[in-house]
Design a protein around this ligand. Sequence first.
Ligand SMILES: Cc1cc2nc3c(=O)[nH]c(=O)nc-3n(C[C@H](O)[C@H](O)[C@H](O)COP(=O)(O)OP(=O)(O)OC[C@H]3O[C@@H](n4cnc5c(N)ncnc54)[C@H](O)[C@@H]3O)c2cc1C
Length: 439
Amino acid sequence: MDADAIVIGAGAAGLAAARSLAGRSLRVIVLEARDRVGGRAWSVPSARAAVAAELGAEFIHGRAEETMALLSEAGTAAVDTGGESWTRGEGGILRRDDAGSLSAFGIFEEALTLSGDESVDRFLRRFEGDKAMQERVRAARAFVESFDAADPAIASARAIANEWRSGVDFAIARPLGGYRPLFEHLRNACATAGVRTYLSTVVRRVSWRRGAVTVDAKSDCGESRTIHARAAIVTLPVGVLRHGRDETAVVFDPELPAAKRDALGRIEMGHAIRIALCFRTAFWEQISDGRYRDGAFFRCVGQPFAAYWTQVPVRSELIVAWAGGPPAAALSDASQAELIGRALDGLGALFGEPALVRKEFEGGIMHDWIHDPFARGAYSYVAVGGGDARAALAAPVDDTLFFAGEAASNGGQGGTVNGALESGERAAREAVSSLCASR
Ligand SMILES: Cc1cc2nc3c(=O)[nH]c(=O)nc-3n(C[C@H](O)[C@H](O)[C@H](O)COP(=O)(O)OP(=O)(O)OC[C@H]3O[C@@H](n4cnc5c(N)ncnc54)[C@H](O)[C@@H]3O)c2cc1C
């Protein structure tokens, strides 16, 4: 055997799992397709703005205990987002307390009283006749599209309600200096604990039987690698696990049990497009007599890029444009230049300053997560009837294959970095008890 455990993927879940396993004196090998760790968290230093541009995860949602513990270990901290929220609608641009959107989201509590599950669209249609509810319904749908990156026609109303009930805390912060220090810390901690990590190594096949796993992988220069271990922790994104069509598919031999395949069929990969727009100056702080100086979030009703945000409380020249759910899917075939153009048009319309936005613009940075073969989407959400799908995805197979990753996080934190970290530690505990029992 080359190792006790192979960890597939070096994102938040994989690194958390590898560190935990190695901390129990197990021999661990991590295989990662990209030439870097971090997966869907990717901070890119920007020559144009003082802050790093996050191409994937940026925020910390709620209490996020695992994330906060890691930040503290890494000698860094979190900064609350704070600032003001503004919404552009038919009546112009208005200051809007975030509590408004959150109370709209509370509409989903009623979904818990339904006898069965239904889609968000169908659930919200129940309120359509009530004029007084229309604004809340619109805001709730927009929130599902933007925050969950989900398609309301497919997303489970009950899962959204449970997420709400499980006390999802909408407080948001950012890691000080971005996510990079946290992932550098995790990577170093893995190396110190003896984890062997192979980057640019794409897993193609996972052959398994109780107590034995063989993983076949290929490096980016075409070199084959075969590794044998007693167990594997699989942290592949749902989009990758579901993808079975071409040479980028990961083949399980024998195939995963029906319950696992069924769970994968009830979890969807949400679409999101985020673009970091860098400007010559923070011009929005000056326009309209400084009205938007403390603006943190700007929502644009009915626009493809439904949200823009600044880095407040940090003052910088960077604004992020965000499209989520069906509007993001609809834009998925546009070129990066076109997307940046659309994002700038939206920002120009938001402030009523199209010429100024173009004049101040210096450059845009983004990553296409939708077509990225190692992600195949942004983050997961539960489809109608998929109430138990995250738990089913997380369940070990034959005490040999263990599953982690944001989609396998079952405590209302699916879709987040913290959910991924938590799931990695949980899968490592499961693997440790099985590996140590059979030593
Ligand atoms: C645009 C965007 C914005 C986001 N914003 C936030 C946010 O603000 N806050 C938040 O908490 N979360 C956010 N998320 C979600 C967050 O990034 C993810 O939930 C989290 O990073 C997932 O971690 P993971 O370990 O489960 O998966 P990943 O990070 O995807 O790790 C899986 C790893 O497996 C590797 N892999 C894939 N295929 C193979 C293969 N065949 N062989 C070997 N390796 C392979 C991948 O390269 C990847 O490194 C965002 C995501 C996106 C895309």
